[in-house]
Design a protein around this ligand. Structure first.
Ligand code: PBG
Ligand code: ZN
Length: 322
């Protein structure tokens, strides 16, 4: 008798739901601006609902997120001084180093992840050192190692190199181990595409570049197999967690990386993805909560274990109300 199988029978049962979002899987990115004093924070125009924090207000934000169940944060620093080589990035009294110490002092069990890159610290805004108008790979590696050690010294649990330099994971692992930080983990931005969706972030982090573009080091969005090679290399170099970035336009990449490799996989739900949903819902065209939950669930369904998202607190709030 047709139809013996009726898919409708179980459809409304959460019992058979395959994918669950949990605050345990979410990482909240935070921008910490050395130019902001005291307890102040400044709204970011390009990302409504997001702020640049002073160190003190960042500590408050981390504690608030923690109380909502968000136990991991990814820190971006905006230094008061930039130079050609980004030397503020490894200053032991730099904004990130001080922020990490403060956060770890207030809440030791928050997982503190630090973005490890030069673009917020250099006057030219590129993710590596620049020589004769070119971003140069190998000389950058040494600087990245220094920054990693300064973050680990401050107490970072995980460093997250985001500059897509070849060999960066190996260089950082070696340097960390040499200095005794064998327990500091590396979350590598392994398959990071050269994406127009980073636009809002560059205002948020003041990391826009002054010339050229990032296509000499970030991936062409037309390529998928290349992402698998990037991930494979990072795992060989010692990455503890690999990442695909952006997330929602790149679900095929997430799912393929998940199928091929057995390391924890993070996906970065980037600023442009945040902005599209936020702007459309502000206009009343989309339902913010429904769309963000659908988008983030899709990222998990594709195979990501961890999601870095500006929506982390929104998710916590939605889950609480259920
Ligand atoms: C820079 C960096 C970028 C992001 C994270 N780290 C931007 C870029 O590569 O230009 C993007 C994050 C986002 O858009 O939310 N190393
Ligand atoms: Zn960068």
């Amino acid at each position: 008798m047709f139809p013996a199988v009726r898919m409708r029978r179980l459809r409304s049962l959460k019992l058979i739901r395959e994918t669950w979002l949990s605050t345990d899987d979410l990482i909240l990115p935070l921008f910490i601006d050395e130019n902001i004093e005291g307890e102040n924070k400044k709204p970011i125009d390009s990302m409504p609902g997001q702020y640049r924090f002073s160190i003190e207000s960042a500590v408050k934000e981390v504690l608030e997120a923690y109380s909502m169940g968000i136990k991991s944060v990814l820190l971006f620093g905006i230094p008061a001084r930039k130079d050609e080589t980004g030397s503020e990035a490894f200053n032991t009294e730099g904004v990130i180093q001080r922020a990490v110490r403060r956060i770890k002092k207030e809440a030791d069990d928050v997982v503190v992840i630090t973005d490890l890159c030069l673009c917020e610290y250099t006057t030219h805004g590129h993710c590596g050192l620049v020589e004769n108008g070119q971003v140069v790979n190998d000389p950058t590696l040494e600087v990245l190692g220094k920054i990693a050690v300064s973050h680990a010294e401050a107490g970072a649990d995980i460093v997250a190199p985001s500059g897509m330099m070849d060999g960066m994971v190996k260089a950082i692992r070696e340097k960390l181990d040499e200095e005794g930080f064998t327990d500091t983990a590396i979350m590598a931005y392994s398959a990071k595409y050269n994406s127009a969706l980073y636009g809002p972030f560059r205002e948020a982090a003041d990391s826009g570049y002054k010339f050229g573009d990032r296509s000499s080091y970030q991936m062409d969005f037309s390529n998928a197999r290349e992402a698998l090679r990037e991930v494979e290399l990072d795992i060989k170099e010692g990455a503890d967690i690999v990442m695909v970035k952006p997330a929602i336009f790149y679900l095929d990449i997430i799912s393929e990386v998940r199928a091929r490799f057995d390391v924890p996989l993070a996906a970065y739900n980037v600023s442009g993805e945040y902005l599209m949903i936020t702007a459309a819902s502000e206009k009343g065209y989309l339902n913010r909560e429904e769309v963000l939950m659908e988008g983030l669930t899709a990222i998990k369904r594709a195979g990501a274990d961890l999601i870095i998202t500006y929506f982390a607190k929104d998710v916590a709030e939605v889950l609480r109300q259920r």
